[in-house]
Design a protein around this ligand. Structure first.
Ligand code: MF3
Ligand code: CO
Length: 290
């Protein structure tokens, strides 16, 4: 860890002397590190000013998903959703973060039924009665990032698919209960996984969540196939996503060979995902976008 001298200004941007600011915080982290735990470095611990900027970005992110929620219905194409997300994000002063990200061609991901994530919007994909769809929206505003996704049930969705969507949503709440400073990301991962398994479903292993804020994807990578007491230490100021992909059948997935992006369940059964962006606070957590 990069540590200032006791009388130097703190790394957090408060302007205070290190010895009057984060010195004890850093010493606490060092103890965990000496015990063999993975610990965050300062670059992923956000200052209050940065958190404010990230929340501004999140306002757009939430508004865009609210708009989608109000307008999504059977008969529209996923390209139409892409246009809504793109136009509203720009209108509100933001940039859709997925557009051009590692070559991703659209401003939102739309993943239907057996598509696990990273579905690419298209004029040819028309929503039909009974579909379940994840709309995953990522926003940049003045260099600050937000990311969340929701599921939508189109028309008459079967009882079993509705239950999948509900369990995926509730799994975030179970994970959140384990988000607190000086706990571990594995506590959250196990909480998600235990809940999903107890409902007879499985959690995708290969794709996970991520730190976010100053970049779209930051350290740490966040798995939901982890155990209590493992993975990175959570400290106040960290921001990451909880976005487990829940499969009705087996956890195995594969990537679309043609587009190189879209991930599907191997067994063809449906998959559901909700995503929230979470800040670790002094006494728990705060949801930044949803
Ligand atoms: N919102 C997705 C995530 O959770 C975006 C994946 S990158 C993309 O990280 F290019 F596929 F959009
Ligand atoms: Co994400």
């Amino acid at each position: 860890m990069d540590k200032p001298g006791r009388n130097d200004v703190c790394w957090c941007g408060s302007g205070k002397k290190y010895k009057k600011c984060h010195i004890e915080f850093d010493e606490k982290i060092e103890i965990f590190e000496s015990q063999g735990h993975i610990v965050p470095d300062h670059t992923i611990i956000k200052t209050p000013q940065q958190i404010e900027k990230i929340k501004e970005s999140a306002k757009i992110n939430i508004a865009v998903l609210d708009y989608v929620a109000e307008h999504i219905k059977a008969g529209i194409s996923t390209e139409e959703i892409n246009r809504w997300v793109h136009d509203l994000t720009i209108k509100m002063g933001g940039i859709p973060a997925t557009l051009g990200y590692e070559g991703f061609p659209k401003s939102v991901c739309t993943s239907i039924n057996n598509e696990v994530c990273h579905g690419i919007p298209s004029e040819d994909v028309i929503l039909k009665d009974g579909d379940i769809i994840n709309v995953d929206c990522s926003t940049e505003l003045n260099g600050f990032f937000s990311d969340s996704s929701r599921m939508f049930c189109i028309g008459n969705v079967s009882e079993e698919n509705r239950r999948l969507v509900e369990v995926a949503k509730q799994s975030l709440q179970e994970g959140l209960k384990a988000v607190k400073p000086w706990g571990f990301l594995g506590d959250m991962g196990q909480a998600v996984n235990d809940y999903v398994k107890s409902n007879g479903y499985s959690v995708v292993r290969e794709v996970g969540g991520h730190g976010i804020g100053l970049e779209f994807h930051e350290e740490p990578w966040v798995s939901y196939v982890t155990t209590k007491g493992t993975e990175m230490l959570m400290v106040p100021g960290m921001i990451f996503t909880i976005e487990p992909m829940i499969n009705m059948g087996k956890a195995d997935v594969f990537v679309d060979e043609e587009n190189g992006w879209t991930i599907y369940t191997k067994d063809g059964k449906p998959s559901a995902q909700w995503e929230i962006q979470v800040l670790v606070t002094d006494d728990g957590y705060e949801i930044i976008s949803y």
